[in-house]
Design a protein around this ligand. Structure first.
Ligand SMILES: [Zn+2]
Length: 76
């Protein structure tokens, strides 16, 4: 069974972009993965250190790759 470690409430975490759940930490063979508690196929960080920054980046509502600003400028 999967055992999850809750992330302290005072640490800011983006909710899962797929289902809105607060992420949890899972220990896998002595390493840590930040992942969605609901579904393994939702984003999870690479195993290693607890990387909430990476989780937050990948679960932002607007992905950093989007060029919304530039396309808006073009339109006007
Ligand atoms: Zn999820």
């Amino acid at each position: 069974m999967d055992k999850f470690i809750q992330i302290q409430p005072n640490i800011f975490c983006e909710p899962c972009k797929d289902c809105g759940e607060r992420p949890v930490i899972q220990q896998v063979k002595g390493k840590f993965v930040v992942r969605c508690p609901k579904n393994k196929s939702h984003y999870q960080t690479k195993s290693g250190l607890v990387d909430i920054n990476d989780w937050n980046l990948k679960n932002k509502q607007h992905p950093p790759l989007g060029n919304k600003e530039t396309s808006k400028k073009k339109a006007s």
